[in-house]
Each structure stands twice: as structure tokens, then as C-alpha cells.
Write a new protein. Structure first.
Ligand code: HEC
Ligand code: HEC
Ligand code: HEC
Ligand code: HEC
Ligand code: HEC
Length: 192
């Protein structure tokens, strides 16, 4: 009798429990998706890496680290050995650099938190924009002033189309660009 009751309770409760868990999962997923893709999103990173210092004061070219911008869809985030080109000699006494060196020596990849991310069904390419002379600044803000990478523009379909329709209003230094057309508005350009 006791065993029967137990089975019965479980049979009734299990679907309810599963439903509650699933609902909570879906809701948190969408909340965190919205947070990840909103203006002001600036997750803290495993190493306190500063663009203001490296791209601003030290004036390292963006392409030194983001090697893909001229020939591929993705910009690429550098691996630790790129940092070690300098930090096997520079600032070795600093705690953050020692942390970095540990990643390097133990061959552990550094998992930087992704800041800007489109859903997989949208097609974007860095090289198509960058090779036309459209500066990073137009989409990512001025990294040379950022201690921590922060999303400053929304990356919605509306935002892409705003610039594609009237690039002259959206691109800083538009008048300096030669050989630039309007961006495409047909669906298959971005949904392939
Ligand atoms: C010395 C290497 C280095 C240089 C130079 C550099 N970056 Fe970065 N960049 C990184 C690293 C490492 C990350 C990932 C960690 C972070 O977000 O802070 C990153 C992240 C980014 C991101 C965010 C990526 C994401 O997850 O969405 C953008 C945008 C970016 N960089 C743009 C630039 C621009 C623009 C310049 C030049 C003005 C530049 N970077 C110069 C190393 C570099
Ligand atoms: C081209 C050389 C160069 C490269 C490549 C480079 N750095 Fe640096 N980094 C420097 C210099 C120079 C400083 C020191 C600036 C100062 O303090 O005067 C510095 C400082 C730092 C500091 C601050 C140390 C402190 O506490 O004062 C951190 C953290 C750092 N770098 C992390 C990184 C990471 C992570 C990468 C790779 C994504 C990287 N660096 C790539 C040249 C470089
Ligand atoms: C026309 C707008 C635009 C311009 C210009 C642009 N980006 Fe991006 N960037 C994006 C978008 C959109 C994403 C997200 C792409 C995705 O999730 O597929 C992104 C993502 C990134 C990322 C992270 C992921 C990756 O590897 O692609 C980095 C790093 C980055 N950009 C750096 C740069 C640098 C450096 C420049 C200038 C040389 C630049 N971007 C110019 C729109 C732009
Ligand atoms: C700051 C302005 C600007 C923003 C923001 C921008 N684009 Fe563009 N994009 C352009 C311009 C201008 C062109 C056309 C360049 C040319 O061909 O001369 C272009 C071209 C393209 C093309 C190339 C079509 C082809 O095959 O030649 C694709 C795809 C594209 N953009 C996707 C996107 C997506 C997706 C976003 C949003 C995440 C976006 N763009 C945001 C300005 C922008
Ligand atoms: C310039 C690039 C671009 C063009 C052109 C474009 N889209 Fe999009 N679309 C995007 C991006 C980026 C997203 C993802 C970001 C977002 O949801 O706003 C998206 C999201 C969507 C979504 C997901 C729903 C939503 O709002 O989140 C649908 C549906 C869609 N697009 C349909 C279309 C149709 C239909 C066309 C043609 C009339 C079109 N798109 C043209 C870039 C584009």
C-alpha cells in the first residue's frame, strides 16, 4: 500500500516537476540572452586585459590581435601565445601577467567571455565591411578608450538596416570612403 502511494505520487508529480524545471530554464535562457545582447553589456574577463592600455597608450594595431578582419567573417580573439610575444619579457612581475603565464605554461586555453554575438541564422562578415574602409568604431565604439570591452550599439536587424539604407548618416568619415555602395536590404544577403 505504501509503495503504491509512493508510485502514484511520483507519477502525478513528475510531469509537474519537469514542467517547472523546463519553464525556469527557458525563462532564464531568454533573460540572459537579452542581457548578453544589450547595450552596456560588459562581462568581467578571466584576465584584466585593457584595450585602453594596449590599443590606446601602447598603440598596438587592432589587426595585430584580431587577425581575421580583412579576409574572414570573424575577427578572431588572440590566443595566449600572441600575448606572450610581449609578456615573456614585459611586466613579468605583475600578478595578472603571472596568471597569464600560467595559462601559457600549462597549455590551458583562455576562455574570454564573448561580448558581441548574433544568432546563428544571421550572416555577418567582417572583411566585407572592413575592406570597404568602415572603421571598427562605427559598430563597436572607441575601444581605445575602453578599460573593459562594452557593447555600445545594438546589433539588431533594424540596426543593420539603418546603416544599409543610409550609410552616409551612420558611418563616421563616410565622405573619405571611395568606392562604397549602400548595403543590401534583401533578406538573402543576411539570411542564407
Ligand atoms: C594585444 C591584443 C589586442 C589588441 C591590440 C586589440 N584587441 Fe580587441 N580583444 C583582445 C582580447 C584578448 C579580447 C577578448 C577579451 C576582452 O573582451 O577584453 C578582445 C576583444 C575585443 C572585442 C570584443 C569581442 C567580443 O567578444 O565581442 C572587440 C569588439 C575588440 N576587441 C575590438 C578591438 C579593436 C577595435 C581594436 C583596435 C582599436 C582592438 N580590439 C585591439 C585583444 C586585442
Ligand atoms: C606588443 C606588445 C604587447 C602585447 C602583444 C600584449 N601586451 Fe600586455 N602590455 C604591454 C605593455 C607594454 C604593457 C605595460 C604598459 C605599462 O605598464 O607601462 C602591458 C600591460 C599589460 C597588463 C597590465 C599589467 C599590470 O598589472 O600593470 C596586462 C594584464 C596585460 N598587458 C595583458 C595582456 C594580454 C592578456 C595580452 C594578449 C591578449 C597582451 N597583454 C598582449 C604590451 C603588450
Ligand atoms: C559593420 C559593423 C562592424 C564593424 C565595422 C566591425 N565589427 Fe566586429 N563585430 C560586428 C558584429 C555584428 C559582430 C558579431 C558577429 C557574430 O556574432 O557573428 C562582431 C564581433 C566582433 C568580435 C568577436 C567575435 C569575432 O571573432 O568575430 C571581434 C573581436 C570584433 N568584432 C572586432 C572587430 C574589429 C577589430 C573591427 C575593426 C577592424 C571590427 N570588429 C569591425 C560588427 C562589426
Ligand atoms: C555602419 C554601417 C553598417 C552597419 C552597422 C552594418 N553594415 Fe553591412 N554593409 C554596410 C555597407 C556600406 C555595405 C556595402 C559595402 C559595399 O559593397 O560597398 C555592407 C554590406 C553588407 C553585406 C554584403 C553583401 C555582399 O554580399 O556584398 C552583408 C552580408 C552585410 N553588410 C551584413 C550586415 C549585418 C548582418 C549587419 C548587422 C549585424 C550589418 N551588415 C551592419 C554598412 C553597414
Ligand atoms: C542587413 C542584414 C539583414 C537583412 C537584409 C535582413 N535581416 Fe533579418 N535579421 C538580421 C539580423 C542580424 C537578425 C538577428 C538580430 C535580431 O533578431 O534583430 C535578424 C533577425 C530576423 C528574424 C528573427 C526575428 C527577430 O526579429 O528576432 C527574422 C524572422 C528575419 N530576420 C527576417 C528577415 C526578412 C524576412 C528579411 C527580408 C525582408 C530580412 N530578415 C532581412 C539581419 C538582416
Amino acid at each position: 500500500m505504501k509503495k503504491f502511494l509512493l508510485d502514484y505520487n511520483l507519477k502525478v508529480r513528475l510531469p509537474v516537476i519537469i514542467f517547472v524545471i523546463a519553464t525556469v530554464f527557458v525563462i532564464t535562457y531568454y533573460i540572459s540572452y537579452a542581457e548578453r545582447n544589450s547595450i552596456g553589456y560588459a562581462p568581467s574577463q578571466p584576465i584584466n586585459y585593457s584595450h585602453k592600455l594596449h590599443a590606446g597608450s601602447v598603440q598596438i594595431d587592432c589587426k595585430y590581435c584580431h587577425t581575421g578582419v580583412n579576409f574572414s567573417r570573424t575577427a578572431n580573439v588572440p590566443s595566449v601565445d600572441v600575448c606572450m610575444n610581449c609578456h615573456s619579457i614585459s611586466r613579468k612581475d605583475k600578478p595578472e601577467i603571472q596568471k597569464l603565464t600560467n595559462y601559457f605554461e600549462n597549455n590551458t586555453p583562455l576562455h574570454w567571455k564573448r561580448v558581441h554575438k548574433l544568432p546563428d541564422f544571421a550572416y555577418f562578415s567582417h572583411s566585407l565591411h572592413v575592406n570597404k574602409g568602415i572603421d571598427c568604431l562605427n559598430c563597436h565604439g572607441d575601444l581605445k578608450l575602453m578599460e573593459v570591452v562594452t557593447q555600445v550599439n545594438s546589433f539588431t536587424m533594424g540596426a543593420c538596416l539603418d546603416c544599409h539604407r543610409n550609410p552616409q548618416n551612420k558611418i563616421i568619415d563616410y565622405h573619405k570612403l571611395t568606392n562604397i555602395k549602400k548595403g543590401p536590404e534583401h533578406c538573402s544577403a543576411c539570411h542564407r
